[in-house]
Design a protein around this ligand. Structure first.
Ligand SMILES: NC(=O)c1ccc[n+]([C@@H]2O[C@H](COP(=O)([O-])OP(=O)(O)OC[C@H]3O[C@@H](n4cnc5c(N)ncnc54)[C@H](OP(=O)(O)O)[C@@H]3O)[C@@H](O)[C@H]2O)c1
Length: 342
């Protein structure tokens, strides 16, 4: 396993470069399997674990299933000091009677000061910890004044409940404004941004702000020096939920286009040549990029985790990386998304 330092200019600590996602732990992934995955992750040197206060309310859980399970596991194994826990607030159900949705009406609680304060303390209670190493806003909230949200995360960092704050599913300009607002208020700024990112890309869509962009990576690279607080990027769905290797998994969210299929073919070709698996190449591509990204890997079995762990120390040769980077990203003109001329 390898490690890197994350921070917000005031607090910093090391985390494993692979983060373990626990979105289905305690719901789709049963308790014994979840414990076995967590055990193996820590045994392999993994220290960074990702959860949220709504995992998993859309597969029949009550929403605190994952936090509760991690809390039980931490207590049972006595490993609190060996791991860094990241959780998220703001996308739990506002109205418990309605479902959660990614499209309006979303039914998210949002990031008002009241929600951020209350749910951060609730998360700590469910996890059985006195400190949340990382707390993200799960989804940006444009209904609440940015200054209020920033102040709320700042206060939690000041009081010591939160180590480093972050934000997820957000437009870059909102991250920049939030960090500038934090400096104006004299509180710690976001030190992490969590977006979707993988070797295949969905087609851009107006209003969609949840995918890592070159601009975000460029901005992250510009931080951490000259009095600019650091900002690290974490990536969810780095394996495209299995679609890089499995035909039973869809290239959802607008990524099903011929260019993605061509990229996947190259991924498989490269993997065969270097004796790794396509999933490992996809993770190594993120880990070793010019602006390295921390993949948050989901696993529903120890075998899946084992495969991901095999990428932790896989360095891609410059020539291999250049081949992967040279593949076009978006549909070529005249391909799947072409519209008839007006
Ligand atoms: N901030 C956000 O809005 C947000 C959104 C989504 C996720 N997340 C976080 O990111 C984490 C990871 O997200 P994700 O689950 O979408 O990521 P992912 O790593 O792209 O997908 C994980 C899924 O891929 C399949 N898979 C994994 N390893 C495999 C292997 N070796 N061979 C074949 N299939 C394999 C499994 O599907 P099966 O279980 O079906 O076999 C597994 O559940 C979550 O747990 C959560 O912590 C955050």
């Amino acid at each position: 396993m390898r490690y890197r330092t994350i921070g917000n200019g005031r607090t910093s600590f090391d985390v494993s470069t692979i983060c373990l996602g626990t979105m289905f732990f305690g719901t789709r992934t049963d308790v014994d399997t979840s414990f076995a995955i967590l055990d193996r992750f820590v045994e392999a040197g993994g220290t960074f674990i990702d959860t949220a206060d709504n995992y998993n309310a859309w597969v029949g859980g009550h929403g605190r299933d994952s936090e509760d399970l991690i809390g039980r596991w931490l207590a049972d194994r006595g490993v609190r000091d060996r791991v860094r826990i990241a959780t998220k607030v703001g996308a739990a159900k506002k109205d418990p009677a309605l479902p959660l949705s990614n499209t309006p009406p979303t039914n998210f609680e949002g990031l008002s000061a009241e929600v951020v304060q209350r749910q951060a303390h609730e998360s700590a209670r469910h996890l059985g910890v006195d400190r949340l190493d990382v707390l993200y806003g799960h989804v940006d909230d444009r209904e609440t004044a940015l200054a209020e949200t920033v102040g709320a995360f700042g206060a939690l960092q000041d009081e010591g409940l939160v180590g480093i704050s972050g934000i997820s599913n957000v437009a870059l300009w909102r991250v920049v404004e939030a960090r500038e607002e934090a400096l104006r208020q004299g509180v710690a700024p976001y030190g992490l941004v969590q977006q979707q990112y993988s070797y295949v890309y969905p087609e851009p869509k107006l209003g969609r702000h949840n995918f890592v962009t070159p601009d975000l990576l460029d901005y992250a690279a510009s931080t951490g020096s000259d009095g600019r607080p650091p900002l690290a990027v974490t990536a969810y769905s780095p394996l495209y939920q299995g679609a890089l290797t499995r035909r039973d998994k869809p290239l959802w969210g607008g990524a099903e286009h011929p260019t993605s299929r061509a990229r996947i073919a190259t991924l498989h070709e490269v993997a065969r040549e270097i004796g790794a698996t396509p999933n490992q190449v996809a993770l190594a591509w993120l880990l070793g990029a010019d602006v390295p990204v921390i993949p948050i890997v989901g696993a529903s079995s120890v075998a899946q985790l084992e495969e991901a762990l095999g990428a932790a120390e896989l360095d891609l040769e410059a020539e291999v990386r250049a081949r992967l980077d040279a593949e076009p990203v978006l549909p070529r003109e005249g391909a799947a998304s072409a519209r008839p001329a007006a």
